[in-house]
Design a protein around this ligand. Structure first.
Ligand SMILES: [Zn+2]
Length: 496
């Protein structure tokens, strides 16, 4: 049995992500105030047909419980098995001709044989031909009392207004990444599929299935049946890019590092990522950054909580206008991908354009946003002022500078110690490299740039060389990247 069938909800309460619709439908069943026709609109895989079947069961159930079908009576069992003569499903995509609708009209003349209502569930209802739509409208205009229609569609705009106006409409939301993730975890566990990478795998599936539970479960089934457990294989099968690669590229772009940016893209291709999916992944991440920057609710972002957390941290390092610029560049690239001879070339050009654009945004060298410190100083300043009005402006400025210098020195010491601690645990050349770096940090000056909220490193002459060597060393690279945001020839201290 396919997982989608095995785990298909049989009750309203088991439908994931459509709680509002389920509640209203249950109330209608309880009060027996049913509409003649329902329209369920939403993305494929969002639960429309499943809800339609549950509704058909609930209204025909001989002993419903709080608006839910009992699942055991003759009617429930027959509908569940797909053998009920009174609940008929039609796919308008393949059976949407006028003859199919005429058959419905004929069949509607006979009252239901085992149930209270005769229910037609019409999938992809917008695919009915024009003459079929008109014939169907006739049925809706004079339906028998026992006749009910549940129309499901992904595109209600393509339907006749006269049909729409006869339906009670329900909009099915895209199911959130977290809801999909929860369900996939549940299924994985009950199927005994528990690789160490499960959390990451489920994360990726939830993201690529874009609000469609059915797609998500199908992908999971594919992995389970082939016993695929490595993240790399999953990424390759799906042709997608892991968020880790996308986030890495964003970091590299923000550092104006063209070589690393290109390498990140090449690595994604090696993973088996498809260029179009890589591009949409990048656009999704940039859009998420914009939402975070705007201060709007992160519920609008279709990503896992972990990824949203990572992007929120990153959003502090990049300017809104830079995000918008990057979005424009990659949106253009996306539009060009369709007709491109060489898709990777389009992305490569976009990456280089993005680097040029970021460079033109002349972020002032070694920058670190220290607005927090400034805020804190302002707070102290206000306190002082209320306590003692006699402080002159000069004294306040001196106080500000003193506090700031102290903060910078503290941070410098933390960084130096951080590197030195690692040096202590290393041996040979690595130990030497770390120690040199710690020395360089110690002997560098960190100061506030005039009239702006940035910290500048007055690097001692060998600082740059040492840092560059450290970056090219594989084992040091991660450590350095944790400490610095390297931006062309400039360095930002990354401390938290
Ligand atoms: Zn029942």
């Amino acid at each position: 049995m396919r997982l989608n069938d095995k785990y298909r909800p049989g009750k309203f309460k088991d439908i994931v992500g459509q709680e509002m619709v389920s509640e209203i439908l249950k109330k209608q069943v309880i009060s027996n105030k049913l509409a003649q026709a329902y329209l369920f609109e939403g993305r494929a895989g969002s639960g429309k047909t499943t809800s339609a079947r549950i509704l058909a069961k609930a209204i025909n159930c001989t002993s419903p419980i709080n608006g839910e079908p009992c699942g055991h009576c003759d009617s429930c069992s027959a509908i569940q098995d797909g053998t009920s003569p009174d609940v008929i499903e039609i796919d308008a995509a393949s059976n949407g001709g006028v003859d199919n609708i005429r058959a419905i009209k004929e069949n509607m003349m006979y009252s239901p044989s085992i149930s209270k209502y005769k229910v037609y569930i019409i999938d992809e209802c917008h695919m009915l031909t024009t003459s079929a739509s008109n014939a169907f409208l006739k049925i809706l205009e004079e339906p028998p009392k026992y006749g009910k229609f549940i129309l499901c569609t992904t595109d209600a705009d393509k339907m006749l207004i006269t049909i729409l106006s006869r339906c009670q409409k329900y909009k099915f939301k895209n199911i959130s990444v977290n809801d999909i993730k929860k369900q996939l975890m549940l299924i994985s566990k009950s199927e005994g599929y528990m690789p160490d990478t499960l959390d990451n795998i489920v994360d990726i599936i939830s993201k690529v299935s874009k609000g469609a539970m059915r797609d998500a479960v199908s992908i999971l089934e594919q992995l389970i049946s082939s016993n695929i457990t490595s993240l790399k294989e999953v990424i390759s099968i799906l042709g997608i890019s892991s968020n880790a690669r996308i986030f890495k590229l964003l970091g590299n772009l923000n550092r104006r590092d063209s070589a690393s940016s290109m390498e990140t893209f090449f690595k994604a291709l090696e993973d088996g990522t498809d260029e179009t999916k890589f591009c949409t992944g990048l656009i999704d991440a940039l859009r998420a950054l914009l939402i975070i920057k705007s201060g709007a609710s992160t519920n609008l972002i279709e990503m896992s909580k972990k990824d949203i957390f990572g992007l929120t941290k990153f959003s502090e390092l990049i300017e809104t206008k830079e995000i918008i610029g990057l979005l424009e560049i990659f949106q253009d690239a996306f539009n060009n991908l369709k007709n491109a001879m060489s898709k990777n070339l389009i992305i490569e050009i976009a990456i280089m354009k993005a680097i040029e654009f970021m460079k033109s945004q002349n972020k002032n060298c070694i920058t670190e946003n220290i607005s927090n410190e400034t805020k804190e100083i302002k707070k102290t300043e206000t306190k002082k002022e209320t306590k003692d009005n006699s402080l002159t402006e000069e004294e306040i400025n001196a106080l500000k500078m003193k506090k700031l210098t102290k903060t910078i020195k503290e941070r410098q010491l933390v960084l130096e110690n951080k590197v030195r601690n690692v040096a202590d645990k290393k041996e040979g050349r690595a130990k030497d490299a770390y120690s040199k770096l710690a020395d360089a940090i110690k002997s560098s000056g960190f100061t506030k740039q005039q009239n702006s909220d940035v910290i500048v490193i007055i690097a001692h002459t060998s600082f740059k060389d040492i840092l560059e060597k450290a970056i090219s060393n594989k084992s040091l690279n991660k450590m350095i990247n944790d400490c610095f945001i390297i931006d062309g020839i400039n360095y930002t201290v990354k401390l938290d």
